[in-house]
Design a binder for this molecule. Structure first.
Ligand code: SF4
Length: 407
């Protein structure tokens, strides 16, 4: 994008090659008031940037069809209102003379990495090294933090809905995939039909930059579990997380015993923060969490997984319905916009399915729970048919000395 300028030049005045043939940012905004929307000339990039920032673009122009400084703030990844209090021209001038915090952070991270890879006494493998390099979280100008030892951005994020509620989120990629280094993963080992209907395997979650960020989270957990636990615990020690709610996963699940145990330790180490989660890892939870849960953790089992049969009629659980009418008809309580209803102990909580058309088509008028039940019934019938066929096939029956159910 062109550099923002206070004067309404028609052409880009940058010294970069070919700049004179490109419009300036004020001219671009005037010609395309939909500049920040998915329908504008940079629609895909704007969508992506909005996902990275967790908030959509404000209008590109003001009432007089002039470039709006609020749009420039968004474009640069600055917090809304960063240059409020100045006249419009001055706001644009300081923005144009400012830096994009994420670019500056990346540059600093690269320089630090380069400095660390030089053979100096600060390197742990240098013979004169005495102390481990510090692990710190350093605030940046956009209000986010970067872990200076890893160059990683903060671990907990917010979209606009969560920001309005004061909630934060930690997430992984949904279900199965392959990391850039070739390793395969499955973050939802107990997923059943939900994997075919999963909102987190479609739409914004498949935007390459978004998926890459989630896969980086997973790689951090897998490659450096101790570092992840330390970084997460330190981040949660920031004042903004006192009394805040953190949703553990809006995609992915507690995929194994070690990862779940790590989260339980993090929760116990940060008692001033409330945690909540939807999960299909019912077996693991019954073993590791239910007998002695951290007091600041609420969870709800959700239907559509291979352990649905373990959800009794009195177990608080959530199910996903095609619409609000369907969930009322089934006797479920709607969320009414707050995840906290789901973890409040209400026995039957109903969620509305995502609005992604092809997923809605697959789901039809069923809930995740009823589809999972039907899938399990089909599987039982298939197994029964196979066993019958084996018994009736000469030489295919059970071996002498074994009862048919010993398999
Ligand atoms: S468990 Fe959740 S994130 Fe995983 S596949 Fe099912 S719906 Fe998607």
């Amino acid at each position: 994008m062109p550099t923002p300028t206070a004067s309404p030049y028609g052409r880009n005045r940058s010294l970069s090659p070919g700049a004179r043939n490109r419009p300036s940012l004020p001219a671009l905004a005037r010609a395309h008031p939909d500049l920040g929307t998915p329908d504008g000339p940079y629609g895909e990039a704007m969508l992506l940037w909005g996902a990275v920032l967790g908030r959509p673009a404000p209008p590109a122009t003001d009432r007089d069809n002039r470039l709006d400084p609020a749009f420039v703030e968004w474009l640069m990844g600055l917090p809304p209102g960063w240059v409020d209090g100045l006249p419009r021209r001055a706001r644009l001038r300081v923005l144009g003379n400012g830096v994009v915090p994420r670019q500056a952070t990346t540059a600093l991270g690269l320089l630090l990495t380069r400095a660390r890879t030089r053979p100096t006494p600060n390197r742990p493998d240098h013979p004169d090294h005495e102390h481990p390099p510090p692990r710190t979280i350093t605030p940046t100008t956009d209000g986010s933090e970067h872990h200076m030892s890893t160059g990683r951005p903060r671990l907990l994020t917010q979209n606009s809905r969560m920001r309005a509620q004061g909630h934060w989120n930690w997430t992984l990629p949904a279900w199965a995939g392959r990391l850039p280094d070739g390793r395969t993963y499955n973050t939802c080992p107990s997923a059943g039909v939900c994997a075919q209907l999963c909102y987190a395997r479609a739409g914004m979650y498949r935007v390459p930059a978004v998926l890459a960020a989630h896969e980086r989270n997973l790689a951090f957990v897998l490659d450096d579990p101790g570092g992840f636990e330390t970084a997460m615990t330190r981040e949660l020690a920031l004042p903004r997380f006192v009394d805040a709610h953190v949703r553990v996963h809006d995609a992915g699940d507690f995929f194994d015993r070690r990862y779940l145990s790590m989260w339980l330790r993090i929760m116990r180490a940060t008692p001033d923060t409330h945690f909540y989660a939807y999960t299909k890892e019912i077996e693991l939870f019954n073993e590791l969490v239910v007998p002695n849960p951290p007091p600041n953790f609420d969870w709800v089992f959700s239907k559509g997984g291979i352990h649905d049969e373990m959800i009794t009629k009195n177990t608080p659980h959530a199910d996903v319905f095609p619409d609000e009418q369907a969930l009322h008809e089934a006797g479920y309580t709607p969320l009414n916009g707050s995840d906290l209803v789901a973890v409040s102990g209400v026995v039957r909580v109903g969620l509305e399915a995502s609005r992604i058309p092809h997923l809605r088509k697959i789901q039809g008028r069923e809930s995740f729970g009823s589809l999972q039940r039907a899938a399990q019934d089909r599987a039982h019938r298939r197994r029964a048919r196979t066993q019958t066929a084996m018994r009736e096939t000469p030489g295919g029956g059970p071996r002498p000395g074994r009862r048919p159910d010993d398999a």
